[in-house]
Design a protein around this ligand. Structure first.
Ligand code: PLP
Length: 478
């Protein structure tokens, strides 16, 4: 949670605790907080510490001081930072993909616990239901039919497919368990999908910027990327995609319709329908990555493009890596008309996804409480994303632009003065901070001066690291 960082000072921890209570609705906008003296007595903290905590919350726009009266939760959040404009002009040419080394460095940074983690898009461990899931895994392992220890269907267990089907129903795109194949994370789903619908050398339309994992799959399969401009709020440019389809032999498209990583853009229902109609008219499969759909800050899953498919050419993928456990590696795909070919590709890759973890996730979903967890984490990420975006504006040089995502937990930041994000990354790691340089989100080096920041770990204590990053950016501008 916001106050759990071991490096946080006493007052930062207290500020984090109060913020958590505000986020949980214990104090509503306009409510008066307990007085400084009360808190000091209750918590056995000095008056100065409590005052420092309240001042910090005031600085962050969470509370306001009213003379002679005390501290109140603010009714209106402070103004939002300036938005990032439509994505920059791109070289509208097919590009072969080479981003591996840098991606590996950023991913390996997650194992270095001395670094402040603004890099890989991992969820906040404190927001994952790990203890409950571990208990369920132990129960499942004790009770599982011995058969499960010897065999597993390539499609996945019926229990988990039934649970996933239930989720698709709630997301407004009812699928049957038979339409679903369980995979080892969303990564394997993307890999199997592209392997099934493309052959080496084919051209694939992707958003720009796009998630580096998608580019890595393209690279490993010898596919080429056609990068389509993408708006930070409304998603892939349908006009640009139409022109691209007229001029290039595109064989598939990969689109994060809900909360693109790194932009956070979310396509409207009309745009999703138009996307599917355009691709299906040209018989081009759409691989839809909906890994962040459940993390909509509005609380309502925004729906999927797959719901508009008439030709069964949409392969819908997702996983439980962002909300239940990244390490269980449980994802899924609804491959549409490509199911038979995809199941064969799955068998040839690894026969099946480990059965016990599938059963554990199925039992977890069956036992209830997933929606409650989703409500909690959506609220927490909405706060973290908004607080971190404001902190970027406070601490980075003028001219910095930042996205306003309405779901997920990453921010995309355009640095001023054409600061090189790789130089920044190298200096940041020296200073004990990791981030994701813009280079890895495009096959054509389009985002030299951008960085992606993970807001999932955001806490008050993180502000010092962000301040340091801001200083490094300023230094690189000189
Ligand atoms: C958009 C997107 N798709 C897929 C993945 C990979 O998911 P998994 O960990 O389930 O393989 C990620 C992880 O960051 C992601 O952001």
């Amino acid at each position: 949670m916001a106050n759990s960082s071991p490096q946080a000072t006493l007052y930062e921890r207290l500020a984090g605790e109060v913020l958590t209570q505000v986020q949980a609705g214990k104090f509503a906008p306009g409510d008066r907080l307990p007085s400084v003296r009360q808190v000091s007595q209750q918590k056995n903290l000095s008056v100065t510490t409590v005052l420092q905590a309240y001042h910090l919350l005031e600085d962050r726009g969470v509370i306001e001081a009213r003379p002679q009266s005390g501290y109140y939760v603010r009714a209106v959040m402070p103004p939002t930072p300036p938005p990032l404009p439509e994505s920059t002009a791109l070289p509208f040419d097919p590009t072969s993909v080479r981003i591996d080394d840098l991606v590996m460095r950023v991913v390996r940074d997650t194992l270095n616990h001395d670094l402040v983690q603004f890099g890989a898009a991992l969820p906040d461990p404190d927001l994952l239901p790990t203890a409950r899931l571990n208990r369920i895994l132990a129960q499942v392992a004790r009770r599982a039919n011995p058969l499960y220890h010897t065999v597993g269907l390539p499609e996945g267990t019926p229990q988990l497919r039934a649970q996933v089907a239930r989720r698709t129903y709630l997301a407004g795109c009812p699928l049957t368990p038979d339409e679903i194949v369980i995979t080892s994370g969303c990564t394997e789903a993307l890999h199997l999908a592209l392997r099934t619908v493309c052959k080496t050398g084919d051209l694939v339309a992707v958003e720009s910027p796009t998630y580096f994992g998608i580019l890595q799959v393209l690279q490993s399969l010898g596919l080429h990327a056609l990068e389509i401009p993408t708006h930070p709020e409304t998603g892939i440019s349908l006009g640009a995609l139409r022109i691209a389809l007229q001029n290039h032999p595109v064989k598939a498209a990969v689109v994060m319709t809900n909360f693109n990583n790194p932009l956070g853009s979310c396509m409207s229902s009309d745009a999703k329908r138009e996307l599917v109609e355009m691709l299906e008219a040209a018989d081009i499969p759409l691989i839809e990555d909906d890994i962040y759909g459940e993390l909509a800050f509005s609380g309502q899953h925004p729906g999927v493009a797959r719901a508009y498919s008439r030709k069964d050419l949409v392969l819908l993928t997702s996983s439980f890596s962002k909300d239940i456990s990244p390490s269980y590696r449980i994802g899924w795909i609804a491959p549409g008309r490509f199911k038979d070919a995809l199941v064969r590709a799955k068998m040839a890759t690894n026969l099946t996804t480990p059965v016990l973890t599938q059963l554990a996730i199925a039992a977890f979903l069956e036992s209830g409480g997933y929606d409650h967890i989703l409500r909690t984490i959506r609220r927490a990420y909405a706060q973290k994303v908004s607080q971190m975006a404001r902190a970027v504006v406070r601490n980075f040089p003028e001219g910095t632009l930042v996205t306003h995502p309405q779901g997920g937990f990453v921010l995309w930041v355009q640095l001023p003065g054409e600061v090189d994000s790789l130089a920044l990354y190298n200096q940041a790691v020296q200073a004990g901070i990791t981030l994701a340089p813009g280079y890895i989100f495009s096959a054509s080096n389009s985002y030299r001066s951008f960085i992606r920041l993970n807001a999932a770990y955001w806490s008050f204590a993180s502000e010092r690291a962000l301040q340091r990053l801001g200083e490094l950016v300023a230094g690189l501008m000189a």
